[in-house]
Design a protein around this ligand. Structure first.
Ligand code: NAD
Length: 507
């Protein structure tokens, strides 16, 4: 088994000694139940390996039924008092949490960098990608600090001596199931909003990188959160199914792939829960001939290969309209120069993908392009990285596909950009709208009318005009749609407040 680099080993030792719930030296990840970091009694453990070296970082428990039950009991008991705390006390918690996250930003980011490393490919941005993960989550905490204003209800004098007034009240015990690719940001989409609205929360982070969620739980405790208001359990399908069927859990927020999301939506709603599922994507960028070539190509590569393509808002299809096809040779030349390496290494622009299985799947999808008659314009399958012979590295890859090919139809979740050519903007819009996913779409153009037409006619939920990854800040909500979302109420922002509350009327 390969060893971590010296820098990575030093950080692993520091982080393991500083935090109670997680370990990066091969030790166990704990459950967080009723305010305690508890060792699981399970016999089933999941190994988390460093994606650059396959070194064992931590062992994650498949939380037992008894441990899960005690987490739900703790959350139910805590709800009885937490729902009665004043909104100002809940706001205080959010304010203190945001200060603590800021102080510990580097540590949280380094768990990410260790477990699934990468920097943004946007060369003009120097902040490591992993810090962006924490920062975007922090912005949701900052949104939650405004909870007194967000909860102000409505009041109307409906007739003489009679008023009608609304208020938003919490639901009860809620649960949140997270994916691996933003281990800090996605738990932070739900922790602050669920808690400041008066709910208690059980979170199940990804079994592939739960370290950041454990640190966040510890920071919540340091911010004065009473025992039981936040619990963390671990595992895979059995834990997820327990969440979906437990009668005391009122709502589930899920972020992850379509297979799991569809299952969770069906099982959760069948069991009477409010469920929101943010799922997979195939995000298209349309490049018009009048686009600023330098800006468009830089943005395309950053959005396709940053984080090794493991982002639900990654651009995975570039649609070149008419003469914009002349940009393709330069796109290939620039992609060839992208530096792939372990993320703590100087100059690394993106790192390995999360697991050997993820790499095998990505390579298989690139293979399918050849088998189905497409072209490989740049091939990252056999990349070798000095000092990291066992890493799950895939180099930047560009493929030419048609809509009937597997690599077009499936979300690849790797540094692979599919290139397509069409004659007109209308054809491009039709192509994008025919795709079943609807997370995001972008257009690169200098024309106002083209931008307006695109924004009006595209069905994807989040649209970028010369912005490759159009992710709304938390004063708005995340608005993926079509096959990328199941449910009725969006994550964070006003949507998040509505998801975690029910409205009561007093007359
Ligand atoms: P995943 O679906 O494998 O796992 C997500 C969560 O679901 C994990 O906690 C996992 O334990 C659980 N899970 C996995 N398979 C399950 C099953 N069969 N039954 C029940 N639970 C199951 O997703 P991932 O690989 O961790 O993350 C990548 C996916 O997440 C991509 O598809 C990406 O597009 C999506 N994603 C979407 C958004 C969004 O906002 N739309 C954001 C981030 C990631």
């Amino acid at each position: 088994m390969s060893k971590l680099s010296t820098f990575a080993q030093t950080r692993a030792e520091e982080l393991s000694s500083q935090w109670k719930g997680t370990n990066f030296l091969g030790g166990t990840t704990k459950n967080f139940i009723d305010g305690e970091f508890r060792e699981s009694t399970t016999e089933k453990w999941i190994d988390v390996l460093d994606p650059a070296t396959q070194t064992l970082l931590s062992r994650v428990p498949e939380t037992t039924s008894a441990e899960f039950e005690s987490a739900v009991e703790s959350a139910s008991k805590a709800f009885q008092s937490w729902k009665k705390t004043s909104v100002l006390k809940r706001q205080r918690f959010a304010l203190d949490l945001q200060a603590l996250i800021r102080q510990n930003m580097d540590s949280i980011a380094h768990t990410r960098a260790r477990q699934d490393v990468c920097r943004s490919v946007r060369r003009h941005i120097s902040i490591p990608y992993a810090q962006g993960d924490v920062l975007r989550g922090l912005q949701v905490v900052e949104f939650a600090c405004g909870i007194p204003t967000s909860l102000i209800g409505e009041k109307l004098e409906v007739s003489k001596d009679m008023d009608t007034e609304t208020r938003k009240v919490p639901l009860g015990v809620c649960a949140s199931i997270a994916p691996f690719n933003f281990p800090a940001m996605i738990p932070l989409w739900t922790i602050p909003v669920a808690i400041v609205t008066g709910n208690t929360l059980i979170i199940k982070p990804s079994e592939r990188d739960p370290g950041a969620a454990m640190m966040l739980a510890e920071l919540c405790q340091r911010a004065g959160l009473p025992n039981g208001v936040l619990n963390v359990v671990h595992g895979t399908v059995p834990t997820v199914n327990a969440i979906c069927t437990h009668p005391k859990i009122k709502a589930i927020s899920f972020v992850g792939g379509n297979r799991a999301g569809q299952h969770i939506y069906e099982l959760g709603t069948k069991n009477g829960k409010r469920v929101q599922c943010n799922m997979g994507a195939k995000n298209h960028a349309v490049i018009m001939p009048d686009a600023n070539k330098d800006q468009a190509l830089n943005a395309l590569l950053g959005a396709a290969c940053g984080a090794a393509g493991q982002r639900c808002m990654a651009i995975s299809v570039a649609v070149f309209v008419g003469a914009a096809q002349n940009f393709i040779p330069e796109l290939i030349a620039r992609a060839e120069k992208l530096q792939v390496n372990q993320g703590f290494e100087k100059g690394a622009e993106f790192g390995p993908v999360t697991t050997p299985a993820a790499k095998a799947r990505i390579v298989g999808l690139i293979d399918s392009v050849e088998k189905e008659g497409g072209k490989i314009l740049l091939d990252g399958r056999n990349i070798q990285i000095a000092n990291y012979p066992n890493g799950n590295f895939v180099g930047a890859t560009l493929v030419e596909v048609t809509t009937s090919m597997t690599a077009y139809k499936e979300e690849i979740f790797g540094p692979v950009l599919a290139v397509m050519n069409v004659g007109t903007l209308d054809e491009a819009i039709e192509l994008v709208n025919t795709n079943p996913f609807g997370n995001g779409a972008a257009v690169f153009t200098q024309s106002g009318p083209i931008a307006r037409k695109f924004e009006t006619e595209i069905e994807a939920g989040q649209i970028g005009i010369n912005v490759p990854i159009p992710v709304p800040l938390p004063m708005f909500s995340w608005t993926g749609n079509k096959g990328s979302f199941l449910g009725d109420i969006n994550f964070y922002g006003k949507g998040g407040i509505n998801f975690y509350t029910q409205t009561k009327v007093r007359i």
